[in-house]
Design a protein. Structure first.
Length: 404
């Protein structure tokens, strides 16, 4: 972020890093309240998330098959920082901060400091919308692209940690971060059957939601009307015991005719017979949503565009031997995600209309309880990140400081 964290984070009359503000949020499940509305509508809170979440944790930015060729570049804005991941000649990946963090501007324009990603006509940067994957041929033909992302000496750009978990690419902007394997320790075995080497990317889309990114994740897990499911969740969720959970999960029973309707999709190799009748929905904090199906994987990558706007990047993966017609499955997912988006947007409007937020100890009306175990798990994760103390803070943007 561009402000000095030592000056604090204040908005709506609240100290957003005061532990007492979150005392009611951290109560045991069933008695805990929802996050303060400022968490969903305050630009200052978004700046706080940039400092405590997006620049210090593992963030999913895409799928490996999106950049298959040497020299292909995947741009992604992480918080307020424009980065890219490039495929190397040997097949590996390297991550770097973009050469031009401000799109070539000498200073950050006023319109880029509002907390909403701008539609810049020049290029992608830490304050603008990302462009699509840049293939190697485009970089060779367009020197402007090469200059904005790679510069003349890409080896001198500030590095970004890159790791892969199954087919997904993750980055971490913290030079002293935990390993990706440690981050998802314990999830490797249950997800291994879904992430076999035979998965291929069969479709991808982007859409914008009119809600905060946190509500988009909540809506995905809480949507009760998935068109391929037999009904509600068939396994009651319990909140995680950890103070900083890694993920939240919900299990659905598939409709009896699911296998018949999608007979052209071969089941994923290695998946136990008992798992072939379920849909497993996961939210890997902070921004990767997964629907693990017996024959496919739907991934949704969340990216904040503004306090009440989220980019939803979807990627459907299936067995490499699957038939090429995925129209019906795509339509079903479009319907399912539209329902989740509607719920998130309705919740956003409700929170924006909420009156002045509570100060600790005030007599104003109390916020409602968080009655979702999945939402409660995410709140614990978020609050743990917000209240974490770090040894190093910088008064300048992260990309201008090679050591934090």
């Amino acid at each position: 972020m561009n402000g000095h964290p030592g000056l604090g984070y204040f908005d709506e009359g609240l100290d957003l890093v005061e532990p007492k503000l979150y005392a009611a949020v951290r109560k045991p499940f069933g008695r805990a309240q929802i996050l303060p509305p400022a968490a969903y509508r305050s630009k200052i809170f978004a700046d706080l998330e940039d400092e405590k979440i997006w620049t210090r944790g593992w963030v999913c930015i895409g799928v490996q098959q999106q950049i298959p060729g040497a020299g292909d570049i995947l741009p992604f804005t992480v918080g307020n920082h424009g980065i890219h991941v490039e495929r190397l000649a040997g097949g590996g990946l390297i991550g770097r901060f973009n050469k031009a963090q401000h799109g070539g501007c000498r200073a950050i324009p006023a319109q880029c400091q509002t907390g909403a990603k701008t539609r810049c006509s020049f290029t992608s940067c830490g304050y603008s919308r990302d462009r699509a994957v840049i293939h190697a041929a485009e970089v060779d033909e367009d020197l402007r692209l090469a200059g904005q992302y790679l510069g003349d000496r890409p080896e001198r750009l500030l590095p970004v940690n890159v790791g892969c978990w199954g087919p997904f690419i993750f980055v971490n902007l913290d030079s002293e971060c935990e390993s990706l394997a440690d981050r998802f320790k314990g999830l490797g075995k249950p997800t291994a059957p879904y992430f076999g080497a035979g998965l291929k990317l069969v479709s991808e889309q982007q859409s914008e939601l009119g809600s905060n990114w946190k509500l988009a994740g909540h809506g995905f897990l809480e949507n009760p009307s998935l068109p391929f499911a037999a009904g509600g969740a068939n396994k009651p969720a319990r909140p995680a015991r950890s103070e900083k959970p890694v993920h939240a999960e919900r299990l659905y029973a598939l409709a009896d005719d699911y296998a018949e309707r999608f007979s052209s999709l071969p089941p994923l190799a290695g998946l136990a017979e008992a798992e072939r009748g379920n849909a497993r929905l996961c939210w890997l904090f902070p921004n990767l949503l997964l629907a693990l199906m017996p024959d496919s994987v739907m991934a949704i990558i969340l990216q904040p565009l503004a306090t009440a706007s989220t980019m939803q990047r979807t990627a459907l993966l299936a067995d490499q031997n699957a038939a090429p017609d995925f129209e019906e499955l795509d339509c079903l997912w479009e319907e399912a995600l539209a329902g989740a988006a509607d719920a998130a947007e309705a919740r956003q409007l409700e929170l924006e209309a909420w009156g002045s937020p509570l100060k600790p100890g005030s007599s104003a009306r109390r916020l409602p309880r968080e009655d979702s175990a999945h939402g409660y798990d995410f709140q614990k994760y978020l609050v743990a990140c917000i209240l974490a103390e770090h040894e190093i803070y910088w008064s300048a943007p992260l990309y201008s400081q090679p050591r934090r």
